[in-house]
Design a protein around this ligand. Sequence first.
Ligand SMILES: [Ca+2]
Length: 364
Amino acid sequence: MQFKKKTLVRSVIMAAGGASLLLGQSAVFAHGESIRGGGSGAINAVGAGIVEDVVVSLRWDARRYELFSDQEMVNFRLQGEDVHQHSKEDAYFIQIGIPVTEDIDLAIMTQYNNFKGFKDNGDGQATICFFDANNDGMVDQTETVVVRPSTQCISETDESPGWGDTLIMGRYRFYNDGRHQWAGVLGLLMPTGKFTNKTDPNPYTGEAEILGTHNQPGSGAFTVQTGIAYSGHLTDKVAMDADWILRVSGPGANNFRSGNSWQADVAFSYNHHAMFTPVVELNGIFFKKDNEDGEPKKNSGGDVVYLSPGINVKFTDSIVAYGNFSYPVYQNLGGISNDEKYRWSFGISYALGNGKAGPAHGHD
Ligand SMILES: [Ca+2]
């Protein structure tokens, strides 16, 4: 991006404590749901079918967001709202499923994330541009009024790529009558991800600022997730997978703590022994507000329910590919937040040792 006046931004030194700088921030769900099914039944829902052989899976999740215009970003700043946004998230997952006993399996999953197309009206570069009335390259406590309500002041960053956090998750199937299976789920998301990405360099100072934790590939936090999962048959042809999972986040990088959340998924698949299996799911995710420095962030949290049609393709018993598309049929986000437009996923699972790549549904 370019500034018209070079003198605006000689330095990113900012006076701490300027009242106008202490604002709420918007957020999108950069670190959302992170455990997923994928196999002959559900694509998103976590079922209770325990893997029978080591299963290696690759998956791509893409999410796209509505964006505020640069003028809307300026207007938010005039209202005292610090808003940042990005347009795209792509996450690439590698997962290994390991059978431990007949009724217990373990999944280890890591991910590479890339968030793209950032705009910010409240980072140092934008703040100096908006507020620096005397053009000395810093904003001091007397400079509390926007003097330059220009879209040129919106700061842009191309991308924030890097490895994300790593999940270890176990399932214990405590009920299996041949038609219905129930499992308990317990997982720990560990802070293996990067959280030191920076903004694009300020074009005049060459300096970059660290991005907010919500826009980093990793969270810096330990997160526990626990819940219950179901797989079974409604009829001989129609299988159902479902989960209900609670996620509790610990403190992360830069005094940021993601809001706790719970997800609920239900998936119906038809004729899952055939080569092509249509799947339709409802996926709900319900977020409490994020916290920063112990304070809840007003422009965060919210509820989204997606309708997700998809298809599984079974090439052999041990190789299953899948794809789906998720549309948010209900979206109620807290404060100023970017609505999600849609998301999609593609994946492939490969079972070693001639095993089954997908979960068993109890009557095999
Ligand atoms: Ca100044």
